[in-house]
Write a protein that binds this ligand. Sequence first.
Ligand code: B12
Ligand code: SF4
Ligand code: SF4
Length: 348
Amino acid sequence: MDISAFKDRLTTQALSEGFSKLRICAPDAVPAVAARLKEFLALGRHGQMGWMADREDWRGNPAALWPQAQSVIMLAETYTPDGDPMAGLAMPDRGVVSVYAQGKDYHDLVKRRLKRLGRWMMAEAASIGPQPQIKVFVDTAPVMEKPLAQAAGLGWQGKHTNLLAQDLGSWFFLGAIFTTLDLPKDAPETSHCGSCRACLDACPTKAFPAPYQLDARRCISYLTIEHKGPVEEGLRGLMGNRIYGCDDCLAVCPWNKFAAAARDIGYQPKVGLPELAELAALDDAAFRARFAGSPIKRIGRDRMVRNVLYAIGNSGNSGLVATARAHVDDPDPAVADAARWAVDRLRQ
Ligand code: B12
Ligand code: SF4
Ligand code: SF4
């Protein structure tokens, strides 16, 4: 079998595994990103995510991460919501959890699927030459998945910086397989944003200093998931009732009308729109039980209750003052601070 026929079979196998799209680029296909990453870090836009700077050399240069790799296989996995992900923003007594965290943890689902595809590759590659090597990545490795996916032609980085595609919309995760196999490469994609700026205008915290650039320090996704300690007071009021992640810039994208449906039932919503009062009452054990198997578990009880207290402060519901007051002496300083802020704000 020749290598092109192998690539066709690989693509068919990826789709039958449940991925929505596969495209391939060379590891050195993103020469511009090292300088852009350097600038992002120099401006401090990564905030407390110090791990982004730790492996800057690998992150900015995928060819240096694994010099033997000849190809990067980029895969899309859709998690498109059925309903309107913004509907919960009009229910101030409830917490809005981003679509990506409504079901099972995508790290587990995507990684499992990548490993299955990798095993298939290893078994089938025997027919085309010496045994290749592979490494699979999703999210947590020092790999810039979005520029690689654009170089592979999977989609383009929109003005909101996420990858979108004409046939997939915005709601998909990325996964990568690096391999020593020299597979045929696809053509890169170019931006189809045109004059649209819906995502830039929708951002509640004005987190985009310019189109195609994000200052993570202002992004609600960063503030609710990654940021430790108290959030800057000027931003709290802009977070509304978003208690884990944020979808606004993705949700308003006009390309979503072509979004492909989620293919894994693991992404079906389990969390829904929980009541703020219920979440505020969770202790460590109850938090872990409530969010077992969900990516939400990662942030721990304290950060979740901190987020919930900001949402209570923003609710305008004086009936929640007692719920907030119950936390003013919480052992976690950020929770106690959020509780005092919420009480003051509800009293005003
Ligand atoms: C750190 C991180 C975050 C941070 C910072 C996000 C960011 N934009 O950098 C925070 C916590 C804020 C975050 C939030 C979210 N994230 Co996130 N995140 C990552 C992670 C781990 C690294 C991203 C990174 O390298 N950032 C560094 C910056 C410098 O790189 P960049 O975003 O590519 O920025 C480029 C542009 O600024 C560009 N640039 C500058 N000027 C110009 C000009 C032009 C014309 C162009 C084209 C480009 C350009 O240069 C940079 C390099 O190319 C990736 C996983 C991974 N390993 O790649 C997931 C990832 C990007 N996240 C993901 C998701 C789903 C989200 C959220 C939607 C989750 C949510 N709903 O809350 C939000 C979206 C917020 C947003 N608008 O970006 C998915 C995105 C999937 C997709 N289709 O793109 C990823 C790929 C995880 C995955 N494996 O699926 N995330
Ligand atoms: S995720 Fe929300 S806060 Fe972050 S850039 Fe998008 S709209 Fe703004
Ligand atoms: S909302 Fe508009 S500008 Fe933003 S990514 Fe979608 S098409 Fe591009």
